[in-house]
Design a protein around this ligand. Structure first.
Ligand SMILES: Cc1cc2nc3c(=O)[nH]c(=O)nc-3n(C[C@H](O)[C@H](O)[C@H](O)COP(=O)(O)OP(=O)(O)OC[C@H]3O[C@@H](n4cnc5c(N)ncnc54)[C@H](O)[C@@H]3O)c2cc1C
Length: 393
C-alpha cells in the first residue's frame, strides 16, 4: 500500500495502547481520530497492577522488547518531571511460595545481565523497609532495583493531552465502534450511531475485545483472556514504595496514597455470568486485604475502597500480537498482556510502521500470522496449538 507522510488514522480504544499509538502518530504528523466506547482508561488500563518489568524467564525477543519498553519510560520520566507522581522506579521485590524456590529465576535473570539482587531476610529490611521481613521466604527474595510502576489513567491523560495538542481529535462515549472493511481494505470506522469515519488506516486497540472484533472480520487470534480484578484500598498511613510480588498477593502504591492488590488465587475465584458479568466473592476481597497486611511492615489494617473487575487481555501464547493484520489492508492491531510495561514502545513502533510503511524488525516475532500454521486445516479457523496461558504480570 502507498504511504502518505500525514495519513488519516482512526484508532479504536482509549486504553494505554490506543492512547500511546494516537500520541505517537500525532507527533509524527498523522491526522488522528481516537474513538472509544466509554471514558478513557475505562478498560484493563484502569484496573492494572501496572508493574514495569521484564522479570523471570522469557524469549530473547520478548525480553529485548520489554527492556526497551522500560527504557522509554525512563526517557518519559526525564523529559516530563511532573510524571514523578504517577511513574516510579523504586524497585520491586518477589519471593517464592512454601514449596518453591526462586534461585533458578534469579540465575536466569543474572545470566542475561538483568538487574537483580538476591536478598536475605536481613537485607530485605534495608532495601525494602515497607516489607514485614517475617513474611519473606526462608531462602530470601529477589530485588529488582530498576523495576517500578505506572498509574495508567494518568499516563493516558498525558498522552491524550499531547495528541490533542498535536491536532488529534478524541471522541469518547461513541459506543461499540467497528472497523469498516470493504473488499479486504479497512476504509475507516463505523460508530454505534452509524456515523462513518473514513481513514487511510485503522488501528484496533480494544484490549480484551480484540479477538471478538477480529473474529467478526474473519480473522482468528488465539485468546487466553481471563476475568480478573484488582482491589484498591483506602489511603494507607504507611509509605509503600516497592512493588511486591509475593506468593499470595501483589502490591503497588498509587499516586493518591492507596494500594492496588491482586493475586492469581483471587483471580481464579471470580465468577463469570453467561452475560459476561463478573462477580468477585467477598472472601477474596477480605483475603487480599489480609494477605497484603501480612506482608507489609507493621501489618497495617487495610480497608477496601473499590474493586476493579473485568477481562485481562492475554493472547493465546502469552506474547504480544502487534502490527498489520494479514488479509486486511490498512488495519493494524495491538493485543497484549503486560500492556502497562509495553504501552509506550508498542505505540511508538506501530505508529512508525504506519508512517513509514516499513515493518519494525523488533516486532517481527509478534505478528498475528505466527499462529497461522496452528489454525491451518481447521475448517472453523480455531487455533489448536498447545498454548499455555502464561502466568505473568
Ligand atoms: C488485573 C490486571 C493486572 C495487570 N498487571 C499488569 C502488570 O503488572 N504489568 C503490566 O505490564 N501489565 C499488566 N496488566 C496488563 C495491562 O494492564 C494491559 O495489557 C493493558 O492495560 C491493556 O491496554 P489496552 O489499551 O490494550 O486495553 P484497555 O485498557 O482494555 O483499553 C481498551 C479500550 O477500548 C475500548 N473499546 C473496546 N471495544 C470498543 C469498541 N468496539 N469501540 C470503541 N471502544 C472500544 C474499551 O472501552 C477500552 O477503553 C494487568 C492487567 C490486569 C487486568
Amino acid at each position: 500500500m502507498t504511504t502518505s507522510p500525514s495519513p488519516s488514522v482512526v484508532v479504536i480504544g482509549g486504553g494505554i495502547l490506543g492512547a500511546s499509538t494516537a500520541a505517537h502518530l500525532s507527533r509524527s504528523g498523522a491526522q488522528v481520530t481516537l474513538v472509544t466506547a466509554g471514558a478513557l482508561a475505562d478498560g484493563a488500563s484502569g484496573r492494572s497492577i501496572a508493574w514495569l518489568n521484564s522479570s523471570g524467564a522469557r524469549t530473547p525477543e520478548y525480553h529485548y522488547l520489554r527492556l526497551i519498553a522500560m527504557e522509554r519510560y525512563r526517557t518519559w520520566r526525564l523529559r516530563r518531571p511532573e510524571s514523578a507522581s504517577y511513574l516510579r522506579f523504586d524497585g520491586a521485590l518477589k519471593w517464592a511460595g512454601p514449596d518453591e524456590s526462586f534461585r533458578e529465576t534469579f540465575a536466569f535473570e543474572r545470566s542475561g545481565g538483568y538487574d537483580a539482587l538476591w536478598l536475605s531476610r536481613e537485607d530485605v529490611a534495608r532495601f525494602a523497609p515497607d516489607v514485614d521481613v517475617d513474611a519473606v521466604a526462608d531462602e530470601g527474595a529477589i530485588y529488582n532495583p530498576a523495576e517500578g510502576w505506572v498509574n495508567l489513567p494518568d499516563l493516558i491523560a498525558a498522552l491524550i493531552a499531547e495528541a490533542e495538542s498535536a491536532g488529534a481529535r478524541v471522541l469518547t462515549g461513541v459506543g461499540e465502534a467497528r472497523v469498516d472493511v470493504q473488499d479486504g481494505v479497512a476504509m475507516g470506522v463505523v460508530l454505534a450511531d452509524g456515523t462513518r469515519l473514513a481513514a487511510d488506516r485503522v488501528v484496533l486497540a480494544t484490549g480484551p475485545a480484540v479477538p471478538a472484533h477480529l473474529a467478526a472480520l474473519g480473522v482468528t487470534v488465539p485468546d487466553a483472556t481471563p476475568a480478573a480484578f484488582v482491589l484498591f484500598t483506602d489511603p494507607v498511613d504507611l509509605e509503600v514504595r516497592t512493588v511486591l510480588n509475593t506468593p499470595r498477593v501483589a502490591v503497588r502504591p498509587t499516586p493518591d496514597g492507596r494500594l492496588v492488590l491482586d493475586a492469581d488465587w483471587a483471580e481464579k475465584s471470580v465468577l463469570v455470568g453467561d452475560d459476561g458479568s463478573i462477580t468477585v466473592p467477598e472472601e477474596s476481597v477480605q483475603g487480599l486485604l489480609d494477605e497484603a497486611s501480612r506482608v507489609l511492615a507493621g501489618n497495617p489494617t487495610l480497608t477496601a475502597s473499590r474493586v476493579g473487575a473485568g477481562f485481562k487481555p492475554i493472547p493465546g501464547d502469552g506474547e504480544p500480537v502487534v502490527g498489520a493484520v494479514p488479509g486486511i489492508d490498512g488495519l493494524s492491531v495491538l493485543f497484549t498482556h503486560s500492556g502497562a510495561t509495553l504501552g509506550l514502545i508498542l505505540g511508538e513502533l506501530v505508529a512508525e510502521e504506519i508512517i513509514t510503511g516499513a515493518p519494525s524488525p523488533v516486532l517481527s516475532a509478534f505478528r498475528l500470522d505466527r499462529f497461522a500454521a496452528e489454525t491451518e486445516g481447521r475448517s472453523d479457523g480455531v487455533a489448536t496449538g498447545a498454548w499455555e496461558p502464561v502466568a505473568q504480570q
